[in-house]
Ligand binder design. Structure first.
Ligand code: NAD
Ligand code: IPM
Ligand code: MN
Length: 357
């Protein structure tokens, strides 16, 4: 039988994005050998390095280049000392929006071997999935600056929420909750955002009847943030707008003991375009170049990619290898209290994948 083969675009980006992507690729290469599929990986040196050479962070036709791939594996973007974030990060938003990756999945679990800053919580107590609307809302860039630099300056940034966009992400979240522990919480703020969030509330109430088994609630995002800290075990699936989902996912990283652990899948469920897999964290300029970034989030994002591609056994093996490595505690990076280097953690996980075969 022909080995199944997938075309993967690897876009390491900037800062620790490059460092953690090396490790994710190392683990994928181990999985490929053990589980008998082939990954045809093409690396793109885009980001601040590309900007230094060409004056742009990505080529003008980068979306066209990426379109023929089965998936994109991204590290992280951002080099704030050299370029404004809205310049370096623009390609990420363009991929999510241009490729209709309207679902962003960000699982956050408290794992054995990892300490949470929350007192009294044990592994298994926190196991939630942030489902983030990923294609519109606060991120559409509708606005402008007027009279810039003068005392009369005005900045406008209009969020655009479509009924279609809200309904599809809510239905996705309801269906996902139905397949998990049947709890769904929606982040709202309809006490102040009386147009957009009132529509979110209305669509939520309109679709919930189609998922009678799901215990569905909505909370204002301020109170919800408090509950993430005070009662995180309460949450199963948490759905929110683009910006609310962004904020809640880093908060989720905090309560489960480290942003560096969290993966993220930006999915076009219809598979009309490639989906994008990345860690939740950014390029971490404060530790970039030191070789101490935690690669677990990037490795687990690679596992989510394998799962999405249909390589379920390999995906589960990579995820388990990452979790076993954490639980064993011999290859923890400094953010988790260890002394391992990024490459030690990557090699430890890759070794575990090899032994799983
Ligand atoms: P960040 O996620 O890069 O870092 C926040 C903090 O967490 C830092 O102290 C960092 O050292 C730590 N951290 C993050 N990932 C870690 C890891 N894997 N191992 C160990 N520690 C880790 O967020 P920030 O500082 O707000 O942003 C830095 C840059 O990254 C900015 O340019 C920002 O715009 C960009 N950013 C990019 C993405 C992305 O590409 N998806 C996501 C978030 C932020
Ligand atoms: C994320 C990041 C991005 C976002 C930024 C860097 C544009 O924070 O992926 O969570 O806000 O979506
Ligand atoms: Mn974020």
């Amino acid at each position: 039988m022909m080995r199944k083969s997938y075309k993967i675009a690897v876009y390491p980006g900037d800062g620790i994005g490059v460092e953690v992507t090396v490790e994710a690729v190392k683990v994928l290469k181990a999985a490929e050998k053990v589980f008998g599929f082939a990954l045809e990986m093409t690396s793109f040196d885009w980001g601040v390095a590309h900007w230094r050479r060409t004056g742009e962070v990505v080529p003008g036709d980068f979306l066209k280049t990426l379109q023929s791939f089965d998936a994109i594996l991204l590290g992280a973007l951002g080099a704030p000392a050299e370029l404004p974030d809205h310049v370096t990060l623009k390609p990420l938003i363009q991929m999510r929006q241009g490729f209709e990756q309207y679902v962003c999945l960000r699982p956050a679990k408290l794992l054995p071997g990892v300490k949470t800053p929350l007192a009294g919580k044990r592994p298994g107590d926190i196991d939630l999935m942030v489902v983030r609307e990923n294609s519109e809302g606060e991120y559409v860039s509708a606005g402008g600056r007027f009279k810039a630099g003068t005392p009369d300056e005005v900045a406008a940034e209009t969020a655009i929420h479509t009924r279609k966009g809200v309904e599809r992400i809510l239905r996705y979240a309801f269906a996902l909750a139905d397949s998990r522990r049947r709890g769904l919480v929606m982040a709202t703020k309809s006490n102040a955002l009386k147009h957009s969030m009132v529509m979110w509330d209305e669509v939520f109430e309109a679709v919930r009847g189609d998922y009678p088994a799901v215990k569905a609630e909505r909370f204002h995002v301020d109170a919800l943030s408090m509950m993430f800290v005070a009662r995180p075990e309460k949450f199963d699936v948490v759905v929110g707008s683009n910006l609310f989902g962004d904020i809640l996912s880093d908060l989720a990283g905090g309560i489960v003991g480290g942003l560096g652990l969290l993966p993220s899948a930006n999915i076009n469920p219809e598979k009309a375009f490639p989906s994008l897999f990345e860690p939740v964290h950014g390029s971490a300029p404060d530790i970039a170049g030191k070789g101490i970034a935690n690669p677990i989030g990037a490795i687990r994002a690679a596992a989510m990619m394998l799962d999405f591609l249909g390589e379920k056994t390999a995906a589960a093996a990579v995820e388990h290898a990452a979790l076993d490595s954490l639980a064993a505690g011999q290859a923890l990076t400094p953010d988790l209290g260890g002394t391992a280097r990024t490459q030690d953690t990557g090699s430890d996980v890759a070794g575990r994948v090899r032994r799983a075969g």
